[in-house]
Design a protein around this ligand. Structure first.
Ligand code: TXA
Ligand code: MG
Length: 341
């Protein structure tokens, strides 16, 4: 086959010093690079270059009405991109590096494309060491959404990124192992100094922890659903998102009788390992040994992706009950993943 007809697959790079230097140079030249983080893998570009960031939107097929998160190596760089007040600093000191994104008034240096023309910018310091090293080496803040085609399941390994962005301008993915948290960062809007902090997306940092640090309640807008195509307050808020192509049905509990009654060709995804595994042949999977929310969050996207590519007709999945701690983020992702087009 002539080289020009070969489909280009992004290459995966081990996090050696040489590779980090090479990828940092690529970022400085305006390329996009797949990057590991503790939450999910990101698709990074120089946040101060509209040309570089345009490549992110193109590769993801993401509408430009949907703004990007800006990643910095340390809280001491926050002033370069945003205007932080006392509350923002308190959260930054307590939670960074970590799975918390703050929405704050933006500095003029941040291009309109990154913020979708808003006067606010979303910022976070990731906990993943190799990602932070790459930000430092590149010498720029890096804009990065999750590295999935728009609307599809978020990636939690380098291979997920490579496999779902074949044929785009993405050439390189930094391999930082499996994501430790497994769901995206929690997004809190602190852009109105007088107003109450608002939860825009539940995520890896429980909102109760944020309330404890701020010593004030964070308003939860509820399950805000926004139709595709309209500007969302945060498109984690799109009704349908994180979605497998296989139909997904949700249950508060799936027991042996439910499984026995499923049509052949359907799979069940449980929150914990069932006692009588053998009975169910190959069509039952589980997200944790005994229901630990951290394990469920860590395994959720990879398991949905594996089930989605295995040819099942329908996936029947259990949802955790309750809405505190990580349960809120897990329920949010499953609910949107199951929403109809
Ligand atoms: O964990 C994460 O946050 C990952 C990793 C790579 O850091 N990133 C991530 O990015 O989840 P993305 O683009 O998939 O989701 C970012 C969300 C979007 O829903 C976007 O609308 C919202 O952040 N967002 C970005 N800037 C915003 C702003 N100025 N105001 C409100 N929402 C904003
Ligand atoms: Mg995303």
């Amino acid at each position: 086959m002539p080289a020009s007809h070969r489909i280009r697959r992004p290459r995966i790079y081990r996090p050696t010093a040489t590779n980090l230097a090479r990828l940092a140079a690529a970022l400085r030249r305006g390329a996009i690079v797949g990057v590991p983080s503790e939450t999910v893998y990101g698709l990074a570009a120089d946040a101060l270059s509209p040309e570089a960031c345009a490549r992110i939107f193109e590769a993801k097929g993401r509408p430009t009405t949907d703004p990007l998160i800006v990643h910095i190596a340390s809280a001491s760089d926050l002033d370069r991109v945003a205007i932080a007040d006392e509350r923002a600093w308190r959260l930054a000191r307590a939670c960074w590096p970590g799975p918390l994104t703050l929405v704050l008034p933006k500095r003029p240096a941040v291009p309109d494309l990154v913020t979708a023309g808003k006067n606010t910018v979303a910022v976070r310091v990731p906990a993943h060491l190799q990602f932070r090293r790459l930000i430092r080496l590149s010498g720029r803040p890096l804009a990065a959404p999750s590295a999935n085609p728009f609307g599809y399941i978020s990636p939690t390994t380098a291979a997920h990124v490579r496999d779902s962005l074949v044929g785009t301008s993405l050439k390189a993915v930094l391999d930082g192992g499996e994501c430790a948290v497994g769901v995206e960062s929690t997004i809190v809007d602190l852009s109105r100094p007088q107003g109450r902090p608002r939860l825009l997306r539940p995520g890896g940092l429980p909102v109760e922890e944020i309330e404890r640090i701020l010593r004030e309640p964070v308003s939860r807008p509820g399950n805000v659903r926004v139709a595709a195509g309209t500007a969302a307050p945060a498109p984690g808020m799109l009704a349908r998102h994180y979605s497998p192509r296989t139909p997904l049905k949700l249950y508060s509990r799936i027991d042996a009788a439910t499984i026995a009654a499923l049509p052949s060709g359907d799979a069940a995804l449980l929150l914990r390992r069932p006692r009588d595994v053998k009975e169910f042949a190959g069509r039952v999977r589980w997200l944790s040994e005994s229901g630990q929310l951290k394990a469920i969050a860590r395994n959720l996207f990879a398991m949905l992706r594996a089930l989605d590519t295995a040819g099942w007709r329908c996936i029947h999945a259990e949802m955790p009950s309750g809405s505190d701690g990580l349960a809120l983020a897990i329920r949010d992702r499953l609910t949107r993943a199951a929403a109809r087009r």
